[in-house]
Design a protein around this ligand. Structure first.
Ligand code: NAD
Ligand code: TYD
Length: 366
């Protein structure tokens, strides 16, 4: 038996594959296009493991995907592959339309063709799980109830609109063709292997470089933060026991403002950098301007993101009630693990922050 994961060289996919193989001997086939966000080296320790197979491929390539499905005959497909960064979707929405909408459509077509050829128990047990985001529901005002699965879709960025479209396509393949799909809509993840264009790893990276910490607008936007391993366990629960055709919202019960996230990161760095990395700390201190008061002194308010959603919050009561899932990490434990991981894996960040990443920083922040 095996599962096929798409986008497994990205942040959540990498964590999911490690997590899966830590708990199961069931083979994972990882199909990834290796865009700027995909890093095959994340999983290099698995390359010689017979339970793991990497395939470079595009979810938008119907023929090749179908051939792979027929070759490996997975019992499930889990679709993580996507363009995932809101700011990039504002600068250039085209890739988001191609991968998130057209790509998901072609993936669904290939999966449908494969599933139709299955028989008996294999056909009955097959599942296609689509990983999506809470951003499809739009923005909440203070005091409004958290997003539940029945909330109206009101996406506000090209990213969330493209994910919303993909969710609609997935839903339609269940209602029209009976394809056994499951959809998960999750809040903001954080943890190891997150590309340093996203808030938390960007702040860690900039702080360690003694560079400014750019806060969009007033920094009072709220996200519901979930440690990535909790997202992985939720996906496993939905895959194992979720009801076909249903949607499950996944959240961390951690509504926190952006500025509080950044201050927490700064304070953890103050605590951990001198202890663990004395030479790094003195190098950073020598680069800091005299008026900077520790890492918090690097905070800089910058122009707001266009169409910036004010607040996301997830009502995760359905997955709790029906599948007995709840997050294990508190924000305090998860953010500490995250900062520690980045401090211990500076070479991973450095490998990324050369090349294309530099161009992004220049385009977006300067
Ligand atoms: P990521 O950007 O880190 O990784 C995306 C991966 O998909 C990369 O490895 C990339 O190479 C691959 N990919 C891109 N286009 C592809 C294509 N056409 N074919 C095959 N592979 C392709 O993203 P992530 O943060 O790991 O997010 C994974 C999924 O989870 C996405 O669907 C995202 O919308 C969703 N999600 C993310 C978050 C979050 O906070 N990161 C929250 C909720 C939902
Ligand atoms: P991000 O990590 O891009 O996730 P998303 O947009 O999917 O929620 O951003 C999280 C929040 O942090 C969001 O409100 C935008 C804000 N943000 C900043 O204030 N500064 C930054 O440099 C970045 C990347 C994000």
């Amino acid at each position: 038996m095996s599962i096929l994961v798409t986008g497994g060289c990205g942040f959540i996919g990498t964590n999911f594959i490690f997590d899966w193989l830590a708990q199961s001997d069931e083979k994972v086939i990882n199909l990834d296009l290796l865009t700027y966000a995909g890093n095959r080296l994340n999983l290099s320790t698995l390359e010689s493991d017979p339970r793991y197979q990497f395939i470079e491929g595009d979810i938008g390539d119907y023929a090749s995907l179908l051939a792979r499905l027929q070759e490996y005959r997975p019992r499930a497909v889990i679709n993580f592959a996507a363009e995932s960064h809101v700011d990039r979707s504002i600068h250039g929405p085209e890739d988001f339309i191609q991968t998130n909408i057209v790509g998901t459509f072609r993936l669904l077509e290939a999966v449908r063709a494969y599933w139709r050829q299955l028989e008996g128990d294999a056909k009955a047990a097959f599942r296609c799980l689509h990983v999506s985001t809470d951003e499809v529901y739009g923005s909440l005002e203070a005091g409004e109830p958290a997003f539940s699965e029945t909330n109206r879709y009101q996406p506000n960025s090209p990213y969330s609109a493209s994910k919303a479209s993909s969710d609609h396509l997935v839903r339609s393949y269940y209602h029209t063709y009976g394809l056994p799909v499951l959809t998960t809509n999750c809040s903001n993840n954080y943890g190891p292997y997150q590309f340093p264009e996203k808030l938390i790893p960007l702040m860690i990276h900039n702080a360690l470089a003694g560079e400014s910490l750019p806060i969009y607008g007033d920094g009072q936007q709220i996200r519901d933060w979930l440690y990535v391993s909790d997202h992985c366990s939720a996906i496993r629960s939905v895959l194992c026991a979720g009801k076909v055709g249903e949607v499950y919202n996944i959240g961390g019960l951690n509504e926190i403002t952006n500025i509080d996230i950044v201050y927490t990161v700064c304070d953890l760095l103050e605590e951990l950098v001198p202890e663990n990395m004395n030479s790094l700390a003195s190098a950073i201190n020598s680069r800091r301007s005299p008026q900077a008061r520790g890492f918090r002194g690097l905070v800089t308010y910058v122009a707001d993101r266009p169409g910036h959603d004010r607040r996301y919050a997830i009502d995760a009561s359905k997955i709790g009630r029906e599948l007995d899932w709840r997050p294990e990490e508190t924000f305090e434990s998860g953010i500490r693990k995250t900062v520690e991981w980045y401090l211990q894996n500076q070479s991973w960040v450095e490998a990324i922050t050369s090349g294309e990443y530099r161009n992004w920083i220049d385009t977006h922040y300067r």
